[in-house]
Design a protein around this ligand. Sequence first.
Ligand SMILES: Nc1ncnc2c1ncn2[C@@H]1O[C@H](COP(=O)(O)OP(=O)(O)OP(=O)(O)O)[C@@H](O)[C@H]1O
Ligand SMILES: [Mg+2]
Length: 345
Amino acid sequence: MSNALENVKASGLELKALAKTFGSHPALHPTTLAFPAGRFTTILGPSGCGKSTTLMLIAGIESPTSGTVLLDGKDITHEPIGKRHIGIVFQDYALFPNMTVAQNIVYGLKAQKASDAQCARRLEQMLELTKLKGLQHRYPSELSGGQQQRVAIARALAPHPRLLLLDEPLSALDAWSRASIGAQLKAIQQAAGVTTIMVTHDRHEALSLADFVVVMNAGRVEQAASPVEIYDTPASEFVAAFVGGMNTVRISSINDGAPTGIRYSDVRLARATEASLSQPFTFVGQVEDLEFMGDAVRVTVLLNDFKTKITADALRARTDAEVFQKSALIAVELPASAWRTWSRQ
Ligand SMILES: Nc1ncnc2c1ncn2[C@@H]1O[C@H](COP(=O)(O)OP(=O)(O)OP(=O)(O)O)[C@@H](O)[C@H]1O
Ligand SMILES: [Mg+2]
């Protein structure tokens, strides 16, 4: 597909010591961060960690307590929202109910005093990009949630924004639609080439859609990196726990008791035999729970210190079936090659 934002170069966004305090509550501690131009960034974190605040500071809906927002190297911190040329999509779509799909999509262009011919051309491009052809004469109430969401995206993209900001745009959809609209959103973003930032608290969505992931906690950025880096080398125990799939153990024989991460898939389970139990960093454990996941099984084991719980994802074909019996005593190897430690806790 051709670049639907012809002649528009993807914009780079930078935050310099950007901070926001509501009363005495620091919603965003001074944050310095660069968002890659033309890429899809997700901001991930628990409720109340400052995701929406960050987005609203970028959009100009809120003004910061201190710090600057730079778009293409230019300070836009005090630029009014209407002059920033930023497309925004919120969770509840907020389409104009008394306007058709077509009227919704060209709304921003009309406000910019684009000619009828320009509006018609852009409408065609947007309908094609968001696969809404044939629906342009319908009203929002005559569309599914996913179709409404695509109209909201088309409306935000139509006026050639320099940035596209989305705050939990998929959260009102069911799981199946979420995955499908998420993939479509990613395809639309790639075709349009617009620098995009999407807030989500869904870790799977954050990692699967993004080129770049920002993990936030309590008003701070814990890590900003590619999805692979975030998953493979979490910068803190918080990131590891939040992104998931990793045990954190505190066992005196491992790293002198310092918190140590071990991926579910790196734990090795075996029948408890003299040979298996004589391996280094191998413990006796009792199977507490099993979750069938197709080719793999997720096993929860309580080690014989009676306090360390280990979760392991084991391939059924590669592991002795006896290991998967509830209450069975098994050998749990936490191989040293898989240990991860964090400089920050
Ligand atoms: N207008 C406001 N006045 C006072 N406090 C606010 C305001 N907006 C946000 N906050 C506080 O700032 C913190 C960050 O809020 P924010 O909306 O950015 O969180 P979030 O990460 O988007 O959370 P969620 O996932 O629940 O949407 C919260 O503690 C919130 O209560
Ligand atoms: Mg929010």
